[in-house]
Design a binder for this molecule. Structure first.
Ligand SMILES: Nc1ncnc2c1ncn2[C@@H]1O[C@H](COP(=O)(O)OP(=O)(O)OP(=O)(O)O)[C@@H](O)[C@H]1O
Ligand SMILES: [Mg+2]
Length: 372
C-alpha cells in the first residue's frame, strides 16, 4: 500500500497542507511541536477513522476553526483510491472512499492497514490491562470484521448489565429475565472474542519472538506473552451464573473477557518490573513488527508503517537491526519522524537508504532530497 498524496485542512496544528510522496521512505523532520506526530495521526485517521492520540474528534479540529478534513490518495494493489475523513463540530464524522460514504466504520477498519510505533506505546507495558486488550483488539479487528462487531455488542451489553446491577439494589427487585437476556448475548459474543484472541495470539507469538530476537541479537533475552482469561478454564455461562450474587453486591460484572490480560514477560518475569527502557522499547517494536507481518500476510500487501520518534531509547545495535529490515525491503512505505534531523539523515545515509525528506517549518513543509 502506498500513500501518494496527503491533504490536510485545519487538522490539529496544520491549517492547510498538501504533501506528495514519491518514495517508500519518508522522513518528517522539524522542531518539537512543529506537527510531525500530527501528520502521522492524519494518516492513522484515514485507516482507523479515529486518532491514535485523542479520542475526541472535536479536539482534533485546529483551535478556533469548526471543521477538519483529511484526504489521502492511496495505491492499493495497483488501484488508486481516494479516502476522505471529515468532521464538523457537532455533526457526524464522515468517511468517504472514492466518494462513497462509509456507513459502518467497522467495515472500513482493516481495508487500509497502518501500523504505528509511537512513544505512547509505553502505556501498553506500564498501564492497565485495557491498553493491552486494546492493542490486540485493534489488530484482530483489522483481520476479522466480525470480531469488531462482536466486541461492540459485548461492550454494549456489558454496560446494560452493569447498569441493571446498579439500579436494582436495596428495595428494587432484580429483573431476572432481563439479566438472563444480557447474559445470553454476553456469552455468545464473549466466547467468540475469547476464541479469536486465543487463535490470533498463537499465530502472533512465533512472529513476535522472531522479531524480538532479531532486534536484540545474541543477548539471551527471552520475550513472551501469556494470555490470561476468566474463560480459560471455565464456561462463561457458568461463571456469570456462579458470580451473579457477587455481581449484585458489587454492582458490576466481575467475570468475562473485559477482564482479560496479556502478560508481557522477559525471561519469564514481568517486563514492567525487570525490563530496562531499551528492553521495553524493543519489546514494543517487536509487538508492532509482528502486527505488521501478520497484517501483511493476511491482506496480501504491506501496511504503511509509521515510526514516530523511533530512534529514541534504542541502542545503536538495535537501531542498526531495524534499519537493516528497512534496507532489505521488509516494509512497504514507511514514515519516520525525528526532531533531530541530523541523526536520521546520518542513520539512513550510512545504510545507503534514500529517503524523501520533509522539513516542517512555520507550518509549511519543504520537500528535499538528500544530496547524492
Ligand atoms: N486541535 C489543535 N489545534 C491547534 N494545535 C494543536 C491541536 N492539537 C494539537 N495541537 C498542537 O500541535 C503541536 C504538536 O504537534 P506534534 O505533536 O505533531 O509535534 P511534533 O512535531 O511531533 O513534536 P515532537 O518533536 O515534540 O514530538 C502542539 O503544540 C499542540 O499544541
Ligand atoms: Mg512528535
Amino acid at each position: 500500500m502506498f500513500l501518494q498524496n496527503l491533504r490536510l485542512y485545519n487538522f490539529k496544528n496544520h491549517p492547510e497542507a498538501s504533501l506528495t510522496f514519491e518514495n517508500s521512505i519518508i522522513c518528517l523532520l522539524g522542531k518539537n511541536g512543529s506537527g510531525k506526530t500530527n501528520l502521522l495521526d492524519a494518516i492513522y485517521y484515514l485507516s482507523f477513522t479515529k486518532s491514535a492520540h485523542n479520542p475526541y474528534d472535536a479536539q482534533n479540529i485546529r483551535h478556533g476553526e469548526n471543521s477538519f478534513l483529511i484526504k489521502g490518495i492511496f495505491e492499493v494493489q495497483h488501484r488508486q483510491k481516494e479516502l476522505v475523513c471529515s468532521y464538523q463540530a457537532g455533526e457526524k464524522k464522515v468517511i468517504r472512499e472514492d466518494d462513497q460514504e462509509c456507513t459502518r466504520f467497522s467495515e472500513h477498519v482493516g481495508k487500509f492497514p497502518v501500523v504505528l510505533i509511537a512513544p505512547q506505546d509505553i502505556e501498553l507495558i506500564w498501564d492497565g490491562s485495557e491498553f493491552r486488550r486494546r492493542f490486540f483488539d485493534s489488530l484482530i479487528s483489522q483481520l476479522d470484521k466480525r470480531y469488531l462487531e462482536n466486541l461492540i455488542v459485548y461492550n454494549h451489553q456489558l454496560k446494560q448489565r452493569n447498569s441493571l446491577l446498579r439500579t436494582s439494589g436495596e428495595g428494587v427487585k432484580m429483573d431476572l429475565i432481563l439479566l438472563e437476556s444480557y447474559d445470553q448475548k454476553l456469552v455468545e459474543t464473549g466466547n467468540y472474542i475469547h476464541q479469536k484472541r486465543k487463535e490470533v495470539l498463537t499465530t502472533f507469538l512465533p512472529r513476535f519472538r522472531d522479531h524480538y530476537q532479531f532486534l536484540v541479537g545474541e543477548s539471551a533475552e527471552v520475550a513472551d506473552i501469556e494470555y490470561k482469561s476468566d474463560l480459560a478454564s471455565n464456561e462463561f455461562s457458568d461463571l456469570l451464573k456462579r458470580n451473579a450474587q457477587r455481581d449484585q453486591v458489587l454492582q458490576r460484572t466481575t467475570s468475562g473477557i473485559h477482564r482479560d490480560d496479556f502478560l508481557f514477560l522477559l525471561n519469564k518475569l514481568e517486563l514492567k518490573r525487570v525490563g530496562s527502557q531499551g528492553q521495553q522499547k524493543s519489546f514494543l517494536v517487536g509487538l508492532k513488527l509482528a502486527e505488521f507481518q501478520l497484517l501483511a500476510e493476511q491482506k496480501g500487501f504491506k501496511p504503511i508503517l509509521l515510526l514516530d520518534d523511533i530512534f529514541d531509547k534504542l541502542d545503536n545495535y538495535r537501531i542498526h537491526q531495524l534499519i537493516k529490515l528497512v534496507s532489505q525491503g521488509t516494509f512497504g512505505q514507511l514514515f519516520i519522524t525525528d526532531a533531530r534531523s541530523g541523526r536520521s539523515e546520518q542513520i539512513l545515509s550510512e545504510a545507503g537508504i534514500k529517503a524523501q525528506m520533509f522539513l516542517l517549518e512555520n507550518k509549511t513543509f519543504h520537500s528535499q532530497w538528500p544530496e547524492a
